[in-house]
Design a protein around this ligand. Structure first.
Ligand SMILES: [Zn+2]
Length: 420
C-alpha cells in the first residue's frame, strides 16, 4: 500500500474531556520539540467519555485541528478512537485516524478447536527448547502453553481482525493507525503471551503499530503506579524485546511499539520504561487522559474567586455521589473513604490548600490521592454543569492552560522522554 500513515517513535496520548485544552497540551509537545525531541500528540477520547460528557468525536477532531493551526504545528498528530468496538465505532470513522481496537471483553472466550490447531501447526517456532536457529530460547514455550494461550486469546484476536477490516473497508487501509488493546481485563499478559498474541494478530493481517497489554501491578486513575517495580521493570523490558522480535519475525509494521494505557500519572514507572526504550532503541506510546481534566480543576482553584468556588462545588457534588461515580471504575481506583474530607471542611480551604491537596506532587505532605481519584472520576459533575463550567474555563484560561502544559511537560514528557 502507498505511504501508509505511520506513528512516529515517541507519541503521547492526551485526553481532553471538555475539548478546551488542545492548545495547552500541544504546547507541551512544542516545548519538547524545542529541546530537539519529536513527541507527537494523539488526542484520545473513548466512547464512554463522549457518552458521559455528551460530546462527539468530531468535536475532538475540531479542537485538535484548531490547536495545530493556531500554534503552527507541522509535525504529525492524530485523533484516537479510544477503546472502540464494532458497536461503537461508527461515529469515530470520519474524524479519527487512530483506532484503539478493544477486544479485552473477549479474552477467555474459548476459541474454536480447529483455529487453535491451525495456529499451533503454523507456529512450531514457539514450541520447543531453543533448537530452532534464530529463535531465542526465552521466546519458546511448551506445546501445552501455546494451546492454552491460543484458546484464551484467539477469539479476541479474530474479533480485532473483524473490527480492523470494518474500519479499513470504510477508510482505506493505511489511512489510519491501528492499535489493539487488551488492558481492561483482570489478569496481566506475560511477555510470552504477548508474543503468541502478536503472532495471532499477524495471522489476522492487522498491521498494528501499537499494542496495549495489561501490565502487572495496579494502574489506578490519576495516581501513581502501585506494585512491584522490579517485576514491572523486567516485564516492560521483556515486552519491548518481544515486540521487536515479533515485528520482524511476523512481518508486522517495523514501527510497532508498546502503548502504555497509564490511567495518567504513573510517575514511578517512567524510569524503567525509559531504560527499556534506550536498551532496545525503540519508542513508546504513552496514553494519559484524565490528568488534563484535573489540571483544569487545579487551574480554576488556583485562580481563586468563582474558580475556587466552582472547584469546591464540584468536590461537594462528587463527595455526595461518590458511590455511583466510583462504581464503573472500581477496578482502577483505590480510594480510602477516611481520607476524604467532608465538603464543609473543604469549603473553608484557601486556594493554596485546594491546589496542594489535588496537585500530584508525591513529595508534598498536603497531596491527597483519595481526593484526586474521586475528582478524576468526577468529571461527570462538571459535564452536568455544562456552560457554567466551560465559561469559567474560558475566563480563567491562562491559569488553567499553564497548569495543563506544565503538568504534561514537567511531570510526563520530561521524565519519560527527555531526562538522561
Ligand atoms: Zn486503556
Amino acid at each position: 500500500m502507498a505511504n501508509p500513515l505511520s506513528l512516529p517513535k515517541y507519541s503521547i496520548g492526551v485526553g481532553d474531556r471538555f475539548a478546551h485544552q488542545a492548545k495547552a497540551q500541544l504546547r507541551a509537545c512544542i516545548l519538547a520539540a524545542e529541546r530537539g525531541v519529536e513527541i507527537v500528540p494523539v488526542w484520545n477520547k473513548s466512547n464512554r467519555e463522549h457518552a458521559i460528557v455528551g460530546s462527539e468525536p468530531s468535536g475532538t477532531r475540531k479542537a485538535a485541528d484548531a490547536a495545530v493551526q493556531a500554534l503552527g504545528w507541522h509535525k504529525p498528530y492524530f485523533v484516537d478512537a479510544d477503546h472502540i468496538n464494532l458497536k461503537t465505532v461508527e461515529r469515530f470513522l470520519a474524524p479519527c485516524d487512530f483506532f484503539t481496537i478493544d477486544v479485552a471483553d473477549l479474552i477467555g472466550q474459548p476459541a474454536q478447536e480447529t483455529a487453535v490447531e491451525r495456529f499451533v501447526a503454523a507456529h512450531p517456532e514457539l514450541i520447543g527448547n531453543g533448537h530452532i536457529p534464530g529463535v531465542p530460547r526465552s521466546f519458546q514455550t511448551s506445546l501445552d502453553f501455546v494451546v492454552q494461550t491460543a484458546s484464551k486469546y484467539l477469539a479476541a484476536v479474530e474479533e480485532a481482525g473483524r473490527i480492523y477490516r470494518y474500519i479499513a473497508d470504510r477508510k482505506g487501509a493505511g489511512s489510519f493507525i491501528p492499535e489493539v488493546s487488551m488492558d481492561e481485563t483482570d489478569s496481566p499478559q506475560t511477555p510470552i503471551e504477548l508474543l503468541i498474541i502478536l503472532a495471532a494478530i499477524s495471522a489476522e493481517r492487522i498491521p498494528i503499530q501499537t499494542i496495549a497489554p495489561k501490565f502487572t501491578g495496579r494502574f489506578n486513575k490519576g495516581v501513581d503506579y502501585e506494585g512491584d517495580l522490579a517485576k514491572f521493570s523486567q516485564e516492560i523490558s521483556d515486552d519491548i524485546e518481544v515486540i521487536a522480535y515479533a515485528a520482524e519475525r511476523y512481518e508486522l509494521p517495523s514501527n510497532l511499539k508498546l502503548s502504555v494505557h497509564s490511567g495518567s500519572d504513573k510517575f514511578s514507572i517512567y524510569r524503567p520504561i525509559r531504560e527499556a526504550m534506550r536498551k532496545f532503541d525503540t519508542g513508546v506510546h504513552l496514553k494519559t487522559a484524565g490528568t488534563t481534566w484535573l489540571e483544569e480543576l487545579i487551574g480554576l482553584a488556583e485562580a481563586g474567586g468563582d474558580g475556587l468556588a466552582l472547584a469546591k462545588e464540584i468536590y461537594a457534588e462528587a463527595y455526595a455521589h461518590r458511590q455511583e461515580l466510583c462504581a464503573p471504575y472500581a477496578a482502577v481506583i483505590d480510594i480510602d473513604p477516611s481520607k476524604l474530607p467532608a465538603p464543609q471542611e473543604v469549603n473553608a480551604w484557601s486556594s493554596a490548600q485546594f491546589v496542594s491537596a489535588l496537585r500530584h506532587d508525591p513529595n508534598s505532605p498536603a497531596y491527597n490521592s483519595s481526593i484526586r481519584q474521586l475528582l478524576h472520576v468526577g468529571f461527570k459533575i462538571a459535564a452536568k454543569m455544562g456552560d457554567c463550567y466551560l465559561r469559567l474555563l474560558s475566563e480563567m484560561e491562562d491559569t488553567v492552560a499553564k497548569n495543563v502544559t506544565t503538568n504534561l511537560f514537567d511531570r510526563h514528557i520530561m521524565p519519560l522522554f527527555l531526562e538522561d
